[in-house]
Each structure stands twice: as structure tokens, then as C-alpha cells.
Design a protein. Structure first.
Lengths: 249, 386
């Protein structure tokens, strides 16, 4: 079974995000970039499938600027077999990404596409679902446990209020949640091996997709600073504050 | 000129940093307080680092090592250097000089060191011979097919963890245009051999948990098959392989510079006095500027020397400048970091007081700062007849 894993280059989760003064987005110049953490979990899952003998080949795909090659290389060092880089702007919208992935899926013929449930930069949480819809495939989202069966898989999903286990037929799109696994870090020998693994480069046009903008960002602002808490002396004061200051009762 | 790191370099740094943060930092307080490294903890670190291929990364791939080039090795050492020395040295970088092992020596010493089954230590320094190491009085006299060794070595690091010592001893004297000079031979001597005693060394200010020892040789008889390299040419062997060790000290120091600077930046923007962040006072912010400049300059010297080493073009002066700049930058940065932290900088709750203590030895071992300056000035002046 071939597995496709899309990986996105995002601002590293440790970086303190700063909004650009013109409010059009966040500062990315001279900022540490890394693989989207949910995508790392997806790569890890794919590598585990390969180690278990279920997956035969893992293809890592990244759609973004040239430097996204670094993200692919990280996936290769974790255990993916080869990479595909689609050179595009950094802010392609989920629908266009899903369309490009569809074109790649049609070319590559994987039985499983393993995606992060969302990217930590725009938190869209759409790509996996859109890809499944475009392909007419079943989807299993927010996976916290996956068990492969013959021609299908049991997926435990983290939903509001608990866990739901569903069975989906392959081929399918699977989006992974935080608790599915703990991604490994690349060992030195695997880093060396990754250097020799191939990465194909293509453009959106090669895939027949025009990454048109359908959404307009009006403005990006910093979250409001949290106010420090205050101590109240009595229940009466608390009720008074809730009523007259917070206006919640 | 291209100063950028490759994808491979970047990934090595990421793996090493994560290893340091997850596998070493959590145990720092324990080692600092107890001044010991538990054997079980050492075994755990060794196992994890072997799994990640970080162990013996300096040794060539053909021999079972990580096969890192010098720049990669410096980057790895820089990351490892962030953490306490006892912890980071458990991820062994076996002495490069062991590559001079031949025949059975490879099976007995070289390969076990690379596999993590044996640990080496290296003994040159004596009470009477420090910087002037060639004046050593420890001697090995030929007796049939054996050598009989007598003498004392001191300041020998991690001889407690070591299974054997790479020992340098005098095997005679030769006449040179500048007067008589000792001929030195290098030996592999197992701990536990009759006539070889390892004694507790001195308690010292730097590197808690990483100790130095006194080695005594009293009619210690070793067969000539224990000679590493060629008899009387021990310093040639040393010079071939030990050049990179100065870069290692430099790289380890850079790691601690980075950690102290990062900590200081965070503190300067968090800490408020006189109604504002202390980073708003030039008295503090200009310190940060100087720290960054000194660190970056040292890092460029280290990386350039490493790059030259890879090309086979590193001169003694390159390694000397790198070691001097990095260790002196560390002394400066560690001190300023504490100053920026005020009283808190001195407390063991933060890693700064130990970075400051640990910094002190770096300007002494692997050639004192004066010896590095001597090497640099000699390289400049000798061609001029000065
Ligand atoms: C903690 C620790 C661990 C060590 N581990 C090891 C080890 O594992 N193996 C090993 O072999 N050695 C080890 N050493 C020894 C270390 O390499 C020596 O301390 C170092 O070479 C300096 O020698 P010394 O201490 O005898 O000082 P000295 O050589 O006596 O120097 C004293 C002072 O004189 C100055 N000086 C000497 N000669 C000159 C000159 N020509 N021009 C200008 N100034 C000069 C020095 O710079 C220094 O300031 C260790 C040392 C320490 C402190
Ligand atoms: C071992 C020890 C014992 C002590 N004992 C006592 C004691 O018995 N009683 C007691 O009351 N206190 C005691 N102190 C506290 C000591 O007086 C303070 O540590 C000192 O006043 C500095 O304050 P701070 O540590 O909070 O640093 P901070 O004031 O936070 O200073 C942090 C950094 O900011 C710089 N900075 C601050 N303001 C400015 C400015 N306006 N312009 C430029 N730079 C600035 C400082 O110079 C420093 O580099 C002790 C401290 C120590 C370490």
C-alpha cells in the first residue's frame, strides 16, 4: 500500500508570533520555520505502517515556497521514501491545496492519504475533508487511534464529549490528532540517508490547478492581552461584580 | 562565499537539540547537586544516543561511527555543549587518535569504543609538565619485547569511566638544532594492569560530575603491541588527530554561550524595574548587543576553522583562534548573563552560575589562552624571522 503524506512548512510552534504592523498577516521573515506538528504525527504514523509491513512506500508532498524542500527533507529523514515539492506561494488556500493533492493522488495512486488535522498557522482544518470530497473517498478525521484491517481501517476519533470509533474503507483520507503518537526525531544515519532520497519538483500548472484566491483577509490582530485576576473579599462582592462589571448574571 | 548551513546540518542540529532538551536537561539538577553521574543514568543516555546515531559520531562510517564531517561535528558539539559536561560527555566522542589503532588494537580498543562498550581517557599532563608537555618525566623503558612504565599523570579527565588510557610517555631523548628534546611514545594501557593505579584527583570548580584523576605508573609492564602508532613518534600521532579536539572545546563553549544569551534575552524582556522592562535600559541592552557580537564572531571563527579542517587546510593558527575566541567569549557572556540577571543569576535555580563556573576551565585545558596566543603569534612572526 502506498501512503501519501502532505507536510506543510509553518512558523515553528516555539516562536512567539508577531503580527505585521500593517495587519495583513504575521511576521515570517527571519523566523524559525518547521514542519507543522500535526503533519509530523502523520509522517510518524506512515512510518509505523511501513515498519509494520502495511505500507510499502511513503511519499511526502509539500506545497509552498522553495524552502518547503527542507520540510520534505525532514519527512525523508523520519522515514518517508521520496518527496514531491509543488512550488507555490506560502499562502495557498485549502481548496487549491486539496485540488493539487487530488491531481497528485490520481497520478500516484496511494490507498491512504495521511494528513494533519490542521496546520498551526491558519488553523483551517479543511484540507483533508476537501480532498476526501473531491476524490469521493471516505474520510476519518481527528484520529487518535488507527487499526488497519483488510481493505479498511478502524479509526478512533476524538469528538466532543468522547471517542468515536468508525470503520472506513480504503482508499481514504485520514487526518490525525495530537494523541495518535509521539513523532520520532530523525537519527543521524537517517539524516544522512535522506540526503540521497529523491524529491520531484513541479508547479501548480503542471497539476492543472490555478491557485486562485477566494478568500480575502481583512485584518490580522494580536489576541487581547490577558488581564490579571483580582481577589474578592466576600460572596456579596463576587455576585456584585458578576452582575455589574462582567454582566454575566 | 556561502555561509548557509545545509539541510543536513539543520536536521543534525534539530535532532541534537531535542536530544539535549529531552534526555540531558532533565538530569542536570541531579548531577549538579550530587556531583556524580549515576551509572544507570549514564547507561540510559548511552543507549538513547546510540539509537539516534549521536554516539561516536566523530568516527568514520566505515568503522561504525557517525561519519560526521568537521562542520557537522562542531554543530553537534555546540548543541551537546549546552548541557552539563558529565551528561554530554556520556554521548562519547572517542579520541580521534584511536584511529591510529592497528591490527588487534582495533578489535580491542577502537571498535568497542565506537560501539559504546569501552571508554577511553587520554593522559599527557603531569604535575611538572603542563603547557610544556614535552618536558614530561613519565618514561617507558624498553625491556625485551616489553616497555616498563614509571611516572605520574594528573588532571586526567573521566579516568573513572574509562576502561583504558591513551598514555604519552618519554622513550628517550634526541638532539635537535635547538637542544636536546624528549622522544614521546603513545601507549594503550588497560586499567587494572599491575603497576597502574588510578587515584581520585582534585576537586575543581568546573563541570560537576565530571572528574579528574591522578594516574600512577610503578614498574607497569606493557608489551610493545600496546604502542599506538610508531615508537618515538607519539607526538606525530597526536598532532595528526588532536587538532580537532581544540575545535571541540570551542564548539562546546559556543553551546553554553547560546544558552546564556537566550536566557538573558528572555530575562531582560520579562524583568521589570523602575516601572519598565530592564531591556529598555541601555546598561542592559548594550550588554546583550556585545554578547551577541562576541558569540557570533567566535562562531564564525569556529565554523571557518571546521570548514578548513574538512578541506585539509586547517592550520594550527585557525584552531587556536577558534578556541581562544570561543572560550573567551564564553567567559564574557557567562559573566554578563549573571549581571543582567542580578542576584537571581547567582542562584543554582538557573543554569547561569554553573555556566559561569564551567566557563573557567575552558581557557585552561586543551592549551591555555596564552598558549593559543603563542601559536597565533608564532605563525605570524616566524616567517618574518621575528
Ligand atoms: C579539569 C581539568 C581536566 C583536564 N583533563 C586532562 C586530560 O584528560 N588529559 C590531559 O593530559 N590533561 C588534562 N588536563 C590538563 C590541561 O591540559 C592542563 O591544565 C593545561 O595544559 C595547562 O597546564 P598546567 O595546568 O600545568 O598549567 P601551566 O602549563 O603550568 O601554566 C601556568 C600558566 O603559565 C602560562 N604559560 C605556560 N607556558 C607559557 C608560555 N610559553 N607562554 C606564556 N604563558 C605560558 C599558562 O598559560 C598558565 O597561565 C586537564 C586540566 C584540567 C584543569
Ligand atoms: C547573595 C545575596 C545576598 C543578598 N542579601 C540581601 C539582604 O540581606 N538584604 C536585602 O535587602 N537584599 C539582599 N540581596 C539583594 C541585592 O541587593 C539585589 O540582588 C540587588 O539589589 C540587585 O537586585 P536584583 O537582584 O533584583 O536585580 P535587578 O534590580 O532586577 O537588576 C537586574 C539587572 O538590571 C540592571 N538594572 C536595573 N535597573 C537598571 C537601570 N535603571 N539602569 C540600568 N540597569 C538597570 C541591573 O544592573 C542588573 O544588571 C542579596 C542578593 C544576593 C545575590
Amino acid at each position: 500500500m502506498k501512503v501519501l503524506v502532505p507536510v506543510k512548512r509553518v512558523v515553528d510552534y516555539n516562536v512567539k508570533i508577531r503580527v505585521k504592523p500593517d495587519q495583513t498577516g504575521v511576521e515570517t521573515a527571519n523566523v524559525k520555520m518547521s514542519m507543522n506538528p500535526f503533519d509530523e504525527i502523520a509522517v510518524e504514523q506512515a512510518v509505523r505502517l511501513k515498519e509494520a509491513g502495511t505500507a510499502t512506500e511513503i511519499v511526502a508532498v509539500s506545497i509552498g515556497p522553495t524552502q518547503s524542500q527542507e520540510t520534505i527533507r525532514t519527512a525523508l529523514a523520519m522515514g518517508a521514501d521520496r518527496g514531491i515539492l509543488v512550488e507555490a506561494d506560502a499562502d495557498v488556500e485549502p481548496l487549491a491545496i486539496a485540488k493539487m493533492l487530488k491531481a497528485i493522488v490520481e497520478k500516484e495512486g496511494p490507498e491512504l492519504v495521511l494528513l494533519g488535522k490542521q496546520a498551526i498557522d491558519d488553523d483551517s482544518n479543511q484540507t483533508g475533508q476537501m480532498l476526501a470530497a473531491l476524490m469521493g473517498w471516505p474520510q476519518a478525521t481527528f484520529a487518535s487511534k488507527v487499526e488497519m484491517k483488510d481493505g479498511s481501517m478502524d479509526v478512533t476519533r476524538e469528538v466532543d464529549g468522547g471517542l468515536e470509533t468508525i470503520n472506513v474503507k480504503l482508499p481514504a483520507a485520514l487526518t490525525v490528532d495530537l494523541r495518535l503518537n509521539e513523532p520520532r526525531y530523525a537519527s543521524l544515519p537517517n539524516i544522512m540517508k535522506a540526503k540521497k532520497k529523491p524529491i520531484d519538483t513541479m508547479s501548480p500548472a503542471d497539476l492543472g490547478v490555478e491557485p486562485a484566491k477566494r478568500l480575502e483577509v481583512l485584518k490580522v490582530v494580536e489576541p487581547e492581552k490577558r488581564q490579571g485576576g483580582a481577589k474578592v473579599e466576600s460572596v456579596a462582592e463576587l455576585v456584585d461584580k458578576l452582575k455589574n462589571e462582567a454582566k454575566v448574571i | 562565499m556561502d555561509f548557509s548551513l545545509s539541510e543536513e546540518h539543520r536536521m543534525i542540529v534539530e535532532t541534537a537539540r531535542r536530544f539535549v532538551e529531552e534526555e540531558l536537561y532533565p538530569y542536570e539538577a541531579e548531577v549538579e547537586e550530587s556531583d556524580t553521574l549515576r551509572p544507570e543514568l549514564a547507561a540510559q543516555i548511552r543507549e538513547k544516543s546510540i539509537e539516534l546515531g549521536l554516539y561516536a559520531a566523530n568516527m568514520p562510517e566505515e568503522l561504525g561511527g557517525g561519519g560526521l564531517d568537521t562542520v557537522s561535528m562542531c554543530l553537534l558539539d555546540r548543541e551537546l555543549g549546552r548541557a552539563n559536561m558529565a551528561l554530554n560527555y556520556t554521548v562519547a566522542r572517542p579520541s580521534n587518535i584511536l584511529q591510529a589503532c592497528e591490527g588487534e588494537q582495533r578489535e580491542k580498543y577502537l571498535f568497542p569504543c565506537i560501539r559504546g562498550e569501552k571508554v577511553d581517557c587520554l593522559a599527557m599532563t603531569e604535575p611538572g609538565a603542563g603547557s610544556d608537555v614535552r618536558s614530561m618525566s613519565c618514561k617507558a623503558e624498553r625491556d625485551g619485547d616489553d616497555f616498563v612504565i614509571n611516572g605520574v599523570k594528573h588532571f586526567i579527565s573521566h579516568a573513572d569511566w574509562a576502561d583504558f588510557v591513551i598514555l604519552f610517555a618519554a622513550t628517550g631523548e634526541e638532539e635537535t638544532p635547538r637542544g636536546p628534546r624528549k622522544k614521546i611514545t603513545s601507549f594503550l594501557v588497560d586499567k587494572g594492569w599491575p603497576g597502574f593505579t588510578v587515584r581520585q584527583g582534585y576537586k575543581n570548580v568546573s563541570h560537576r560530575g565530571y572528574h579528574n584523576f591522578i594516574l600512577e605508573f610503578d614498574d607497569c609492564r606493557v608489551p610493545s603491541s600496546q604502542v599506538l602508532g610508531v615508537v618515538d613518534q607519539g607526538f606525530d600521532v597526536a598532532n595528526d588527530w588532536l587538532g580537532a579536539t581544540r575545535l571541540q572545546v570551542a564548539a562546546l563553549s559556543l553551546g553554553r554561550c547560546h544558552r546564556a544569551l537566550e536566557q538573558s534575552l528572555d530575562w531582560a524582556v520579562e524583568r521589570k524595574q523602575f516601572g519598565q522592562q530592564i531591556s529598555k535600559f541601555q546598561g542592559v541592552s548594550f550588554k546583550l548587543a556585545d554578547m551577541k557580537m562576541r558569540l557570533h564572531a567566535a562562531e564564525l571563527l569556529v565554523m571557518e576553522a571546521a570548514w578548513k579542517h574538512e578541506q585539509g587546510a586547517m592550520e594550527d593558527m585557525d584552531a587556536a583562534m577558534a578556541k581562544l575566541a570561543a572560550t573567551e567569549a564564553l567567559a564574557f557572556i557567562a559573566d554578563e548573563a549573571i549581571q543582567i540577571h542580578g542576584g537571581m543569576g547567582l542562584m543554582s535555580d538557573l543554569p547561569l552560575e554553573r555556566i559561569w563556573r564551567d566557563a573557567r576551565v575552558e581557557r585552561i585545558w586543551e592549551g591555555t589562552s596564552e598558549i593559543q596566543r603563542h601559536i597565533i603569534s608564532r605563525s605570524l612572526l616566524r616567517p618574518l624571522g621575528g
